[in-house]
Design a protein around this ligand. Structure first.
Ligand SMILES: [Zn+2]
Length: 222
């Protein structure tokens, strides 16, 4: 099992992983962190859903519903709608983190302008920032197309464009923009991850989850 397969399994149900998935999480730091986040989110959802309803409310509702077939149907519809809203929120919450989504919007709407507007950038600066943040720049994965700095999400981002075997990818090193746990978004045909780094975070935006997973792993493993 690879990292991507593990993530898919975790998204389906982090509490019911098979032995192969558990073995992968055991030996892969990145996936172990991902699984821990998912389990924490799951526990948070459980807590949110187990808020007790006022005493007797359910019985009163059921009593009225029993007396009136139209009400029974209405309660069923309302319950179905609540479930749908709950499920929708969960999926959005899991997938579309605001900062990760901002990364996707940056690539779609602002990246080309940022490249045109950028000041000439010193590769040594980028290398130094990467070392400070504990990030291994994934040069082995592809061709470096661009490095520069630009404003992003209230900080000065180190902007890197890579061409990998799986397509184009953008990295935004965000010193000072701390992130407690890994976050992700999927939108506009792109996928993004924001991963915590020393004293900041790094956003990776790519057009395939394969490319994203490869880059994310090599950033942390060298
Ligand atoms: Zn893994």
């Amino acid at each position: 099992m690879n990292c991507l397969e593990l993530r898919r399994a975790v998204m389906v149900d982090p509490r019911r992983l098979d032995t192969e998935a558990l073995a992968h999480a055991e030996r892969c730091d990145v996936c172990r962190g991902f699984l821990a986040d998912a389990l924490e989110l799951e526990a948070g959802l459980d807590a949110a859903l187990s808020v007790s309803v006022p005493h007797g409310l359910k019985e009163r509702a059921m009593g009225r519903a029993r007396d009136d077939p139209r009400l029974s149907r209405r309660y069923a519809l309302a319950a179905g709608l609540m479930l749908a809203i709950g499920a929708g929120t969960t999926i959005l919450w899991r997938q579309n983190d605001p900062l990760a989504l901002a990364g996707i919007d940056f690539v779609v709407f602002e990246e080309s302008q940022a490249i045109l507007d950028a000041k000439p950038s010193d590769p040594d600066d980028l290398a130094r920032v990467a070392v400070q943040m504990g990030i291994n720049l994934p040069w082995q994965l592809g061709e470096l197309r661009y490095i520069g700095t630009c404003p992003f999400a209230g900080t000065m981002a180190h902007h890197v464009v890579l061409k990998t075997a799986y397509g184009k990818a953008t990295l935004l090193l965000l010193p000072g923009r701390t992130q407690l746990s890994r976050a992700a978004a999927v939108a506009r045909g792109l996928e993004a991850v924001v991963a915590p780094a020393t004293g900041g975070s790094v956003a990776i935006i790519a057009d395939s989850s394969r490319s994203l997973a490869r880059i994310e792993e090599s950033l942390q493993n060298g």
